[in-house]
Design a protein. Structure first.
Length: 317
């Protein structure tokens, strides 16, 4: 038969099962899910740590610490947004190479770095290494800055992170995660300061986003209202940490408000109230509860009224 050779050839071609075919067609994931690749930056919810650098295992004093475990471990647990505070190492040490991440108030007699510190280049180099391990993830930093922007640029350049920074103009729509990843510019940096045209990659977070209130003394006091920033912007932080009567971060409060069910309910309430999903859910004492699982649940939903997926499908890595 003239069709016999063709038939033999077809029999030699390995057959793919439907599951194998679907797997081959599946695009590479973005931040852990291929479903997120086509979403714009603000259409994804990222888990975030507040004062990510201020940890007990990095020798910060207990009353200046916000976490037990360091930024590297936070990243490994799935966190992809980090709030960090940049200071001069000492009042008289103001050169760019003296830029340090600390946690303290300049209003006290003691320098903020007296309670603990991490070298700026060292911490950002750790983050750079982590990003190299996960090149398909978009990462965000929110910096409280008590140093000139030149100092910030120095530590980003020395760590290599400067090559990853994204520039977002106010008159342009936010790109999708895949567009940011493909461009190699998958790090967004916000600062608690006015923007400077000489540093277009340092985005004024109050002009290009907003936050809820923070450090309440009780979960009953938490709201979904705009506290700082431009409430018309689609990028926003759902702040979720408590303080004690002395104004210090409390891990006993974190056990309550970082709890999966509590935090998911609060996030959905604020999503409904604001009419848009939170871009970030920021927590203290990240080892309490499971904020990462909450964000994965939210990212599997298109609307706050959707039925949340089973938690087993969103457990932390």
């Amino acid at each position: 038969m003239r069709f016999a050779p063709l038939l033999c050839l077809l029999l030699l071609i390995p057959l793919l099962s439907p599951a194998q075919f679907a797997q081959q067609e599946q695009p590479e994931p973005c931040n852990g899910s291929s479903d997120l690749c086509s979403r714009r930056y603000y259409q994804v919810t990222f888990p975030e740590t507040h004062n990510a650098h201020a940890t007990l295992d990095e020798d910060f004093l207990v009353y200046a610490a916000n976490h037990r475990s360091n930024l590297s471990n936070q990243y490994d647990a799935g966190y992809r947004a980090f709030m960090i505070d940049a200071h001069h190492r000492l009042p008289e040490a103001t050169d760019p190479e003296d830029t340090t991440f600390c946690h303290g108030s300049s209003a006290t007699p003691f320098h903020p770095c007296a309670y603990g510190s991490i070298d700026g280049v060292e911490l950002l180099s750790t983050l750079h290494a982590k990003m190299n391990e996960t090149p398909r993830d978009v990462v965000t930093l929110l910096l409280e800055v008590a140093v000139p922007f030149e100092n910030i640029e120095y530590i980003f350049t020395e760590s290599g992170l400067i090559e990853r920074v994204h520039v977002q103009r106010m008159d342009q729509a936010w790109p999708t995660l895949e567009q940011m990843i493909d461009s190699g510019r998958n790090l967004v940096v916000f600062v608690e300061a006015r923007a400077d045209a000489n540093f277009p990659w340092l985005h004024d977070f109050t002009a290009q986003g907003w936050t809820t209130d923070f450090a309440e003394t009780s979960s009953a006091d938490q709201t979904c209202d705009v506290y700082r920033g431009d409430g018309d912007q689609p990028v926003w932080h759902l702040n979720n940490w408590l303080s004690n009567e002395q104004g210090l971060s409390t891990w006993t409060g974190a056990a309550e408000i970082n709890d999966y069910d509590f935090l998911l309910a609060r996030a959905l309430e604020c999503w409904e109230f604001q009419g848009r999903r939170p871009t970030f859910i920021a927590v203290d004492w990240w080892t309490e509860g499971d904020a990462v699982a909450v964000t994965r649940t939210l990212n599997a939903m298109d609307h706050w009224s959707d039925e949340p997926p089973r938690r087993a499908t969103t457990d932390s890595r």
